[in-house]
Ligand binder design. Structure first.
Ligand SMILES: C[S@@+](CC[C@H](N)C(=O)[O-])C[C@H]1O[C@@H](n2cnc3c(N)ncnc32)[C@H](O)[C@@H]1O
Length: 235
């Protein structure tokens, strides 16, 4: 499993957000949160499990929207960052952190209304096994994202520290089918590489983002999008 050890490092955990979501990367953070909220619909008073929660970006947004959230990650270092961040903000729901392995969740079946797993499946060797476990504890919805096989990322994937599992839409449809989940919706985005957004100031990113978002709306370019946001339902 890619990244299980990588994210245990304190220095990696400390730099996680600033490396990815500062400067133009703030637009990526915002888009991912919007994808999660639109997939889940109203979250107030809903029980949500955030898998591989990392520094808690989604957990805190969901708790702020009055959800009851459990934030699970295998890395103590990432959870330490999340706890520190939580102390500095106020939210309206409930939020609990738990160190654990997403392949063996310490919860009975149907414990949550919804389960999310963002930026996780590109690290996973056995996606069907993980998806089946996520589905087991969800009673309604499972939301996750993947990096696309036929995207700009496939050109530079080899150069990334860990590389990523890239998946085609057909593969993900097979995973969900095998895991017993119904595919409800998929949204795609980002033609330009994430590295581009991270490298430029937010003000410039705001100017070029509409071009990227416009391209992704065109049928041909749509197939080159880097990320897919998946909404699946427990039948
Ligand atoms: C790229 S980070 C994503 C964090 C967060 N979801 C986000 O989008 O900001 C991947 C996370 O997966 C966690 N992880 C890796 N393997 C895991 C496992 N088997 N169970 C739970 N978490 C795991 C890592 O510790 C890391 O925090």
């Amino acid at each position: 499993m890619k990244g299980q050890e990588w994210y245990q490092e304190q220095a990696v955990a400390e730099a996680y957000e600033s490396k990815r979501f500062s400067r133009g990367g703030r637009l990526i953070d915002r888009r991912e949160k919007q994808a999660v909220l639109s997939a889940l619909g109203p979250v107030d008073d809903r029980r949500i499990l955030d898998i591989a929660a990392g520094t808690g970006r989604f957990s805190m947004m969901l708790a702020d929207n009055e959800a009851n959230v459990i934030s699970l990650d295998i890395s103590r270092a990432m959870l330490t960052q999340a706890r520190a961040k939580e102390r500095s903000i106020r939210h309206h729901g409930s939020l609990n952190f738990l160190q654990g392995d997403a392949s063996q969740l310490p919860f009975p079946d149907d414990s949550f209304d919804a389960v999310i797993a963002m930026r996780f499946f590109h690290l996973v060797d056995r996606p069907i096994e993980f998806l089946t476990e996520l589905k087991r504890v969800a009673s309604e919805v499972v939301v996750f994202d993947t990096f696309n096989r036929y995207s700009a990322r496939s050109i530079y994937n080899w150069a990334l520290p860990m590389g990523s599992r890239l998946a085609s839409h057909r593969e993900v449809a097979e995973w969900t089918d095998e895991a017993g989940l119904e595919l409800i919706d998929v949204d795609v985005d980002w033609i330009l590489p994430y590295g581009y957004y991270r490298a430029i100031p937010l003000s410039i990113a705001r100017l070029t983002r509409p071009i990227d978002a416009g391209l992704v709306g065109l049928p041909l370019f749509n197939r080159l999008a880097t990320v897919s946001y998946w909404t699946t339902q427990v039948p």
